[in-house]
Design a protein around this ligand. Structure first.
Ligand code: ZN
Length: 449
């Protein structure tokens, strides 16, 4: 029994062959005791496997169930004893841009009829949506040179997954929903360098931070107002699974910042069927225009005289520049109608929005436009109108942002905007009740921390 012959017989890589050859030559030095040991060893493994297989069939675990009941199960012993030539393979694939399930399956030499059967079942159930980065698990079985699909598993969003299993010649496709529980949480921290890092350290999910920044975007200039040791507090909803793992986040119920030596607390309140954020006096934070129509950007050049970075001479900079990585989304700073969405002079890719008879805003140097953004389209405040780039006369990726008041460019960072509406009468009374409820819950959650 030469090790070499065995390794030739099996389909090993050279590296594996080397290892196995070494192993067997080691055994050959003291043949017989090891022979008996080997036989004994395999017998124990065999007993364990049979035992394991039996207990599996008793267990009838949800995931294994249909697999065990199928014909495939009878082959499993063979599979374990002869696992080197196993016809079963499990693949873990990560979805890339422009992937479709069909495209992915075709990468694994899978039988076309199988692919078509499976895809048509999935299409019927409208479960085809996969997103880049999602993990896909494929189990195949080799039969006469091609691979048959045994099972397929993939998530379609944070809480839903799809499971497909072979059932004779067709597939059983089902959606698996994670049972989620709503949980309320309060997190706070001191702001050391910037809000984002401090919030991440406190355990706040990134999408909640973005929303938090949006809520305060009208009140706080995250660029200039934040001083070391300012603080924030967020009270919001999380959705957790059975193992208490956060699968999704809900709304922000309350958000507070201590900044510029004053505290600003905002409460979520539904008025006229619209959720909004109001301060303790029932005043809405929503203003007509945002100061900063972009998240996570650094103000790199303000309105005023400056030496132009390309032209080289002093020139009035009639807008505000925000440096941000290429591709960072740019929002409509207020609701309005798109006046222009095309290349414009040194601005490169350019969008302008008319908000009312007084105000127009403009955005330059975009790498590309937001979906559906073209002349005449009505947009809401916060809609993504484009992405940061460096088109036109620009030295690097940034947003050039302009506010025009009655046709004249003004400093967007100093503009005084009409403040938000104040709740009155019945709405105000309702808000007071809601606010007190939130304060009580907040106090309790803070204690439990
Ligand atoms: Zn500029």
């Amino acid at each position: 029994m030469s090790g070499l012959r065995i390794t030739n017989f099996l389909n090993f890589s050279t590296k594996q062959k080397k290892k196995i050859t070494l192993f067997f030559s080691f055994l050959n030095q003291r043949k017989y005791p090891f022979f008996f040991f080997l036989i004994g060893f395999f017998f124990v493994i065999y007993a364990l496997v049979v035992n394991q297989v039996k207990s599996y069939s008793k267990l009838k675990e949800k995931n294994f169930n249909s697999f065990l009941k199928s014909d495939e199960f009878t082959n499993i012993k063979e599979f374990i004893f002869d696992n080197i030539k196993s016809p079963y393979k499990e693949y873990n694939y990560t979805v890339e841009n422009n992937d479709t399930l069909e495209k992915i399956l075709k990468k694994y030499n899978i039988d076309n009829a199988d692919i078509n059967n499976l895809i048509s079942e999935i299409v019927k159930k409208k479960l085809t949506n996969i997103s880049p980065g999602a993990p896909i698990q494929i189990v195949t079985k080799e039969e006469k040179g091609t691979n048959k699909i045994i099972s397929l598993f993939y998530p379609i969003d944070a809480i839903n997954s799809v499971e497909a299993k072979k059932n004779k010649d067709t597939f059983d496709v089902s959606k698996i929903i994670l049972k989620l529980k709503k949980k309320e949480i309060v997190l706070s921290n001191t702001i050391k360098n910037n809000l984002y890092n401090s919030a991440i350290k406190a355990g706040v999910e990134p999408n909640i931070i973005v929303e938090f920044a949006n809520i305060f975007g009208f009140e706080v200039d995250f660029q200039r107002d934040i001083r070391a040791d300012d603080t924030f507090e967020i009270y919001y909803e999380q959705y957790v699974d059975d193992e208490n793992i956060v699968r999704n986040t809900g709304k922000i119920i309350y958000a507070s910042m201590f900044v510029n030596n004053k505290e600003l607390s905002l409460y979520n309140f539904k008025h006229d069927n619209k959720q909004g954020y109001y301060d303790v006096d029932g005043k809405s934070v929503i203003k007509t225009l945002m100061k900063t129509p972009i998240n996570g950007a650094r103000l790199s050049s303000s309105f005023g005289m400056r030496k132009h970075p390309i032209l080289g001479y002093n020139k009035l900079h009639q807008g505000t520049d925000f440096a941000a990585p290429k591709g960072t989304p740019i929002m409509a700073s207020g609701s309005g109608v798109i006046l222009r969405a095309q290349k414009y002079k040194g601005y490169g890719n350019y969008v302008s929005i008319k908000h009312n008879s007084t105000y127009v805003t403009a955005y330059g140097h975009m790498s590309k436009y937001g979906r559906g953004i073209k002349k005449g389209v009505r947009v809401n405040q916060g809609r993504i109108i484009g992405y940061v780039g460096s088109t036109g006369m620009s030295t690097g990726p940034h947003l050039h942002y302009e506010v025009l008041k009655n046709g004249k460019r003004i400093n967007s960072q100093r503009m005084k905007l009409p403040s938000g509406k104040i709740l009155s009468n019945e709405a105000r009374n309702k808000f007071e009740v809601e606010r007190i409820k939130i304060d009580v819950k907040l106090a309790r959650l803070r204690e439990n921390k």
